[in-house]
Design a protein around this ligand. Structure first.
Ligand SMILES: O=C(O)C(=O)C[C@]1(C(=O)O)C=C[C@@H](O)C=C1
Length: 281
């Protein structure tokens, strides 16, 4: 039997240097491909204000998480790839990330930095409407707004209702898990991206009259709903996310059945299906 001579520390360090150099060279090779991709997108007229392609990114992040194995924590690989992809998006067409910190600064800042890194400029706002206005006035900036009930009670999503207004185009993290280091669920808002939009989960703004606890309980379990009650008008504004295979009519019927009335409905965006994996072992 042949015995292997253990490698010395210096030998192992030169192996690490070889791998580091190879990874760096691969990243430089990736940037040359991105250069060619920009030309192809330009020729195909597939350029828009932002180079962010949520369907492609959701798919890449899912595959990364699925193939990952070994000692390196998943959080680390995921954050490395987020920085790679977000930065290559930035070098194609510079953009800023506007974030609503009203939900709590540390969680939102962590989400922005985890998903977009430090090269993409980060612009803090206090309130979701400021984020939406900034996106609206930009060429291709992205907005981050927490997908949780607004502490202010302001139904910010009504600002997405008009045709041509910004829309929800993604939800982060792309792959959810219980112990995610930047696990705050966040909507990404941008100018409407039409053909590039991924329409697995559809998001609707509903204006409801006769809002009550019973109406709240009547919302079907498949719908993920954020509620901003409006006591003065005995109503509520709802932001409802519907998974593949469900229609907004089902939510309207359930609300009506529970004694509420729906006086307006508008689609305010869509995103990739929520992909959940178990906690790391
Ligand atoms: O595939 C694209 O369209 C790209 O622009 C490339 C790339 C990437 O770096 O892999 C960057 C931005 C997109 O959001 C998706 C992927």
């Amino acid at each position: 039997m042949q015995t292997q001579t253990p490698l010395s520390l210096a030998d192992l360090r030169s192996e690490i240097d070889r791998i580091d150099e190879a990874m760096h060279r691969l990243l430089m090779e990736r940037s040359a491909i991105i250069d060619r991709l920009v030309q192809v997108k330009r020729t195909a007229g597939a350029e828009s204000g932002s180079a962010f392609r949520p369907a492609r990114e959701a798919d890449m992040m899912r595959r990364l998480v699925e193939r990952h194995d070994g000692l390196l924590p998943l959080d680390t690989v995921e954050s490395i790839w987020r920085v790679i992809i977000a930065t290559f998006t930035y070098v194609q067409a510079p953009y800023s990330v506007h974030a609503d910190l009203a939900v709590g600064e540390p969680a939102m800042r962590d989400s922005a930095r985890f998903h977009f890194g430090f090269t993409v400029p980060f612009v803090p706002h206090m309130g979701a409407r400021g984020v939406i206005d900034a996106v609206k006035g930009s060429k291709g900036d992205l907005g981050l707004i927490a997908a949780v009930a607004p502490g202010s009670g302001d139904p910010w999503w009504t600002a997405l209702e008009a045709e041509g207004a910004p829309k929800i185009i993604a939800r982060l993290p792309f792959v959810e898990r219980a112990d995610h280091p930047a696990g705050l669920p966040v909507f990404v808002v941008s100018h409407p991206i039409d053909d590039a939009a991924v329409r697995e989960v559809r998001v609707y703004s509903l204006r409801v009259t006769g809002w009550s606890a019973a109406a709240g309980r009547g919302i079907p379990a498949f719908a993920e709903v954020v509620v901003a009650p409006d006591d003065a008008l005995d109503g509520a504004a709802l932001l409802a996310s519907l998974p593949p295979g469900h229609a907004v009519d089902e939510v309207i019927a359930a609300l009506t059945e529970a004694g509420a009335g729906v006086r307006a409905v508008a689609e305010v965006g869509s995103h990739a299906a929520i992909h959940k994996v178990g906690a790391e072992t």
